[in-house]
Ligand binder design. Structure first.
Ligand SMILES: *Cc1c(COP(=O)(O)O)cnc(C)c1O
Length: 432
């Protein structure tokens, strides 16, 4: 057993726990589901992060998705430096916002108009208000295990941290509000059809992660998203794709490009900020123009379209727009997936891997994993042992079974070979 030096992280974690609830500013960062002390990160570069004890790890957490170019990419860093020198916020419009909105619209033609906000949560919360305001209906359909940020209406049977901690319904969310959020089963269009039948003319929108990453990665089965498009159109409800993870990840134009489906509204975040706090939502002109100041649906933000975040986003999307980016990412992910597949097969440890392009999850169970209920069958104890085994060998994956791994353009063949070799050693321990 390799032992990791974590003295400095432990010291900081004790200090943090005195002033910050649980010592972390987002629950997914705590090591609650795998045990141990979260690592305090001192710096990151390319495909690696380095903690305060001086350990360097090959990073597949990728700040939970945004760092698709790798950490501290020179173009992004220089864009942020340049913007900072010109002032960090004005509370007035800037040219950069037009450039970022245009980059987004060119990649996502369904987003005829775009509004920038400061997080994925804020974007999802705003898009739900817009859908309700535009349709004049109160009910929203979401899927069990899908996460759309932590706004009240969306914190019902959510994935990610809420799933990890087994408290999908949070205290503090009024029952009167939560009852307007209906939950369906992912990959089961029949479950959505039944909700429409029971609530005729009352459902404003169906919101879905077209490639869920927050119950672990679960690919949509052929025909499922098409069926959602047909149902919502027939019922005059809006179809909302939450592409906060999948946008600019599974393809430049996200899952809607990959599967050829046009939602009415789209939510973005993570990658579009190049590692700075950003979210965006957009869609049909007619729907978006229901937003204030044109229309009656109120939405605002002091730091929305922040010049630093916008500069980082423009630099990131411009780099991603280069020819061959997604083929390169896909090739790296293929290579790692094939290597790991061989290791898992030989180990005899039951695993099931779901992958869409450069995002994936290996579930510790026989599979198949097609929805929340099947994801929950995983052996989280085996995952915790796998996690710690990899960590002690310099490989950093998500500290929870129900999250995704992310490939970046900075990962080298050597990084991937090291990861496969480490997994081989660890699985001997996990199975033994
Ligand atoms: C991360 C995430 C969000 C929330 O974004 P934040 O920036 O963390 O508020 C919303 N939807 C999905 C699908 C996400 O993965």
């Amino acid at each position: 057993m390799v032992r990791l030096k974590t003295k400095e992280s432990e010291k900081l974690f004790r200090a943090a726990s005195k002033v910050i609830p649980g010592g972390v500013n987002s629950p997914v960062r705590a090591f609650r589901s795998v045990g141990g002390t979260p690592l305090f990160i001192a710096k990151a570069k390319g495909a690696t992060v380095t903690d305060v004890d001086g350990n360097t790890f090959i990073d597949y957490v990728s700040s939970w998705g945004p760092m698709i170019l790798g950490h501290a990419h020179p173009k992004v860093v220089s864009a942020i430096r340049g913007a900072a020198g010109r002032g960090t916020s004005y509370g007035a419009p800037t040219e950069g916002e037009i450039r970022l909105a245009t980059l987004i619209r060119n990649a996502f033609p369904s987003m005829e108009k775009v509004r920038l906000v400061s997080s994925g949560t804020e974007a999802a919360m705003s898009v739900v208000r817009l859908a309700r305001g535009y349709t004049g209906r109160d009910m929203i359909v979401k899927f069990e295990g899908c996460y759309h940020g932590h706004a009240d209406s969306m914190l019902v049977k959510a994935g990610s941290g809420a799933l990890t901690f087994g408290q999908p319904d949070s205290p503090g969310v009024p029952k009167d509000l939560a009852r307007h959020t209906l939950t369906a089963t992912f990959n089961d269009a029949g479950s959505v059809r039944r909700l429409f039948q029971r609530n005729p003319g009352r459902i404003a929108a169906v919101i879905v992660e077209p490639v869920p990453g927050n119950m672990g990665v679960v690919p949509p089965e052929p025909g499922f998203l098409e069926e959602l498009r047909k149902l919502t159109r027939r019922e005059k409800a809006l179809l909302i794709f939450d592409e906060v993870i999948s946008g600019f990840r599974v393809a430049f134009g996200g899952a809607q490009e990959l599967f050829g489906i046009e939602p009415d509204l789209t939510v973005l975040g993570k990658i579009i900020g190049g590692g700075l706090p950003v979210g965006a939502f957009g869609g049909k002109r007619e729907v978006m123009d229901a937003l204030s100041p044109v229309g009656p649906v109120y939405q605002a933000g002091t730091l929305s379209g922040n010049p630093l975040a916008v500069a980082a986003g423009i630099a990131c999307l411009t780099e991603l727009g280069r020819r061959g980016t997604y083929r390169k990412l896909g090739d790296k992910a293929d290579y790692l997936a094939e290597g790991l597949h061989g290791v898992f097969r030989k180990s005899g440890v039951p695993t099931w891997t779901n992958r869409v392009g450069s995002m994936w999850t290996t579930f510790f169970q026989k599979g198949p994993v097609i929805d929340y209920a099947t994801a929950k069958r995983s052996d989280t104890g085996a995952y915790a042992r796998y996690f710690h085994g990899l960590l002690s060998r310099g490989i950093y994956i998500a500290p929870s079974q129900f999250e995704a791994g992310f490939m970046s353009l900075a990962h080298t063949r050597r990084d991937l070979d090291r990861t496969i070799a480490a997994a081989r050693e660890v699985l001997r321990e996990v199975s033994g």
